[in-house]
Design a binder for this molecule. Structure first.
Ligand SMILES: NC(=O)c1ccc[n+]([C@@H]2O[C@H](COP(=O)([O-])OP(=O)(O)OC[C@H]3O[C@@H](n4cnc5c(N)ncnc54)[C@H](OP(=O)(O)O)[C@@H]3O)[C@@H](O)[C@H]2O)c1
Length: 252
């Protein structure tokens, strides 16, 4: 399905981004993997090309784009935006400018800047299927008091997807909004939950979900690949929730 595809994935060292990278590589694609810590990724072969980049830093994004341009000869089929982390316990009463900038720059400004820079390469998609898949969140459809920066960024990222779909003529842009997926994000900086708190949260989520289990990174990656594939050539500006039915029991 993805034989010879040229793909860029941010957040490709862990969780859903890594799962998508593995599935795409198994299907014949070459992936430029954007992340910060590659030590935790095993050997995925020559078609997994690491590119170190702190996505909060526009200069590092510029350097990554130059690397992508040179490596892929100015052509790109698929751009998957999966980099992300928690943004701390902030709501409207305790928000700080510093925390706001750090969160929004990672979750929103980076996808905006990468999208703008990669659009001309996606237009030259060798497979005539240039597309963006943004990994947004069920949080982009809900209100959560002490998770404000994350939620407003994800709301805006879903909107950005539709904006890109409207204005990036010749390139499709769609998003996936996961519910609870079992990845390292819950223990990572920005969320910092311990093992016990994660298990308590997962137990609660399982108890309310119509599909009473937490999703796997591979299940989310399968939907990401569908949106990037030639089976989704007429999907543009869509957001697909991958949440086991969470949105049917919790809503904003
Ligand atoms: N897991 C869930 O339940 C869930 C639900 C809804 C939405 N999401 C969203 O899905 C996306 C993927 O999350 P995940 O659960 O797969 O998380 P994860 O396993 O923790 O992976 C996050 C990835 O993002 C990268 N990253 C984080 N901050 C970065 C930064 N400032 N600069 C560059 N790279 C950065 C990490 O790179 P390094 O580790 O190399 O630094 C890692 O590759 C995120 O946008 C997240 O918000 C997750």
């Amino acid at each position: 399905m993805f034989e010879g595809y040229k793909v860029v994935i941010t957040g490709a060292t862990s969780g859903m981004g890594l799962a998508a990278a593995k599935q795409l590589i198994a299907d014949g694609a070459t992936v430029i993997a954007i992340g910060r810590n590659f030590a935790k990724v095993g050997d995925l072969g020559d078609r997994y090309i690491p590119c170190k980049c702190e996505v909060r830093d526009p200069e590092q994004i510029e350097a990554a784009v130059k690397f992508i341009d040179e490596t892929f000869g100015g052509e790109l089929d698929t751009f998957i935006n999966a980099a992300g982390a928690g943004t701390g316990p902030y709501g409207v009463t305790n928000i700080t400018a510093e925390a706001f900038d750090a969160g929004v720059n990672m979750l929103l400004r980076a996808p905006v800047l990468f999208g703008k820079a990669l659009y001309p390469m996606l237009l030259k998609s060798p497979h005539k299927n240039g597309s963006i898949v943004n990994i947004c969140s069920a949080s982009g459809h809900a209100i959560s008091g002490d998770n404000m920066i994350y939620n407003i960024s994800k709301h805006a990222h879903i909107h950005l997807t539709k904006q890109q779909a409207q204005q990036f003529i010749g390139v499709r842009s769609n998003s996936v909004s996961p519910g609870f997926i079992d990845t390292p994000i819950f223990a990572a900086p920005g969320t910092d939950l311990g093992e016990e708190a994660i298990e308590q949260m997962f137990a609660f989520v399982r108890s309310i979900l119509p599909i009473p289990r937490i999703g796997t990174p591979d299940e989310a990656a399968e939907v990401i690949l569908f949106l990037a594939s030639e089976d989704a050539m007429y999907l543009n500006g869509a957001d697909i929730t991958v949440d086991g039915g969470l949105g049917t029991v919790v809503s904003g």
